[in-house]
Design a protein around this ligand. Sequence first.
Ligand code: GAL
Length: 683
Amino acid sequence: MTSFTSHSADLAEHTAFPWLADGLAYGGDYSPEQWPEAVWAEDVALMQRAGVNLVNLGVFSWGLVEVADGEFDWGWLDRIMDLLHDGGIGVNLATPTAAPPTWLLQAHPEIATVDAEGRRTAQGGRLAWSPSSATFRRYALRMVRALAERYGDHPALRMWHVSNELGNENGRCYGEETAVAWREWLTAKYGEVAAMNDAWGSAFWGHRYTSFAQVELPRHNRTQHNPGLLLDFERFTSDALLGHYLAERAVLREVTPAIPVTTNFMVQANPGVADYARWAEEVDLVANDHYTIGADPHREADLAFCADRSRGMAGGRPWLLIEHSTAAVNWQPVNRAKAPGEMARNTLAHIARGADGAMFFQWRQSTAGSEQFHSAMVPHAGADSQVYRDVVALGATLRALAPVVGSRVERAQVAMLLDHDAAAAWASGPKPSSLVTAVDLPRAVHRALTELGIAVDVLRPGDALDGYRALVVPTLFLATDATADAVRDFAASGGHVLVTYLSGIVDETNRVRAGGYPGAFCDLLGVRVDEFFPLFAGDTVALDDGSTGSLWSERVEVSDGTEVLARLAEGDLAGTPAVTRRATGAGSATYLATRLDHPGLVALVRAFAAYTGVTAVATVDGPGMEVVRRVHDDGRSFLFAINHAASDRTVAANGRDLTDGTATEGRLVVPAGAVRVIEEDPR
Ligand code: GAL
């Protein structure tokens, strides 16, 4: 069986564990507790027919296991663990802490989160608890220990799935116990209150604090809170949630040192409450949830972007898509079912981008409870349904792709920097435009690169940049000195950087870098901006190269030696540089000062790639086709070609189709909506 190397820093003794499944992992969240036991045997039989080899079990089952304070009923969980094992299905066993039992919320209502308006979360949902609640922590860890002691040796157990989407419904707590933890966090960070005052610029509005005890949480206020405080509150919130994960992990490591531990991320949340790139250092396997947004016409681009982000967090190692949906979700305004073939394209796009398994929420569609209209692998209609037939077909495809397990996505020539702090800083307090979001441009540039078949590794500031040819720094609002130095050094050593508007504007305290924008990068780029001119919704500005900008413009001056590639052609700033480039020895530094539309970004990226020598993964003949290569250390490689377009596409490829063995020489036709995975001839 393939083994997998953890990248969690605390794993001194065990760094490798057997891969979770034989081949790619395939399955879903399984909630047998929602069904009479008579259904379980059918479940296992249907799982086997579909090739399911792994389930996430027990995710929200605390109240059915610890039925009263300290009273455990293991019967049903024992039976289903055994049944799954007998059926050859492995288990990611969840610590059920995402949903506190009713008896606990009744006895200790103070464990629940409080929102910014002071409202305490009522019972009746899930994830109601505050990560800063000592009482909650005590109960949760007792539950975790009992679970680990009970099932630590069970042969079905593959991995621990800690809680569920920590922070999803319990991020940002504003209760009194949280306030105490917040002040402790600030004290540990700053030591002296004067340092905190300096960092936040608390002289503004005379907010000077004379002790940490005076600092409140950023609760509801009719005016705006201090951006430095807000950014620290985001960091505190992420740390508080991570602290809960680490506390559970400590118990699990103690009881079951050889079992890997993870928790499911939501990297799609932008910015969410968790700094996942930081959390990734603490999980043995990066596991991500991704749901396409039905109304988004470019949802496959968002998927590709999030998958690349997950891989970046995993340090390029394989990761696990631990939740996605077979069809509709139940939390969007209109819950669109997926088109024929869309589920398979979604799943295989994640695999292409480095996932070594794909799981769904959930196995069998609930008939009761608030997720009763969320799709599943076995829908309300039962096994005689298109969804289940598609699930079976996908299972067969994934079995054929087993040789891919353990390979890595070929290292990209282009890296892109994305940062939770930078996104959180942009979201903190009033900004020049509320129409600009931190992730809009990174995702749009990623989409343009993908359309051209150019791979990109999405990294976090501080990750090693050696070996990349080009680096994109898109609306990285906050840049530390270290980040600014790293980008400058990259360009100085022959790399090509593309920096955009709203990058490097503030430092790590969220204080503006004075002297002209983009403060951290002015010298590198040879540009200086003295005023922002954001555009109103729907307004556009033409550039003299034929492209169109929206959302953003600014008054850019260039220094000697900076070439102007395009200028604004109309409006108050007509004639102002909009795209510039400066040589940095063997490298270069390009600046983009407006939000180009998609064709404009594609043209910009194409020109940038031509100038820098960046090449595509494989040559494709039109938009809508995703191409990604995964490679093994021994040189075996796999080309994934995913055709999202409504017409056939071709890609240059030589090798053998992994699913049916068909040989391809030179040119592979991928029919509209289809996916092909080619084991390539030695290149
Ligand atoms: C996820 C969550 C699952 C389920 C799913 C529905 O955020 O982890 O438990 O609620 O959403 O899409």
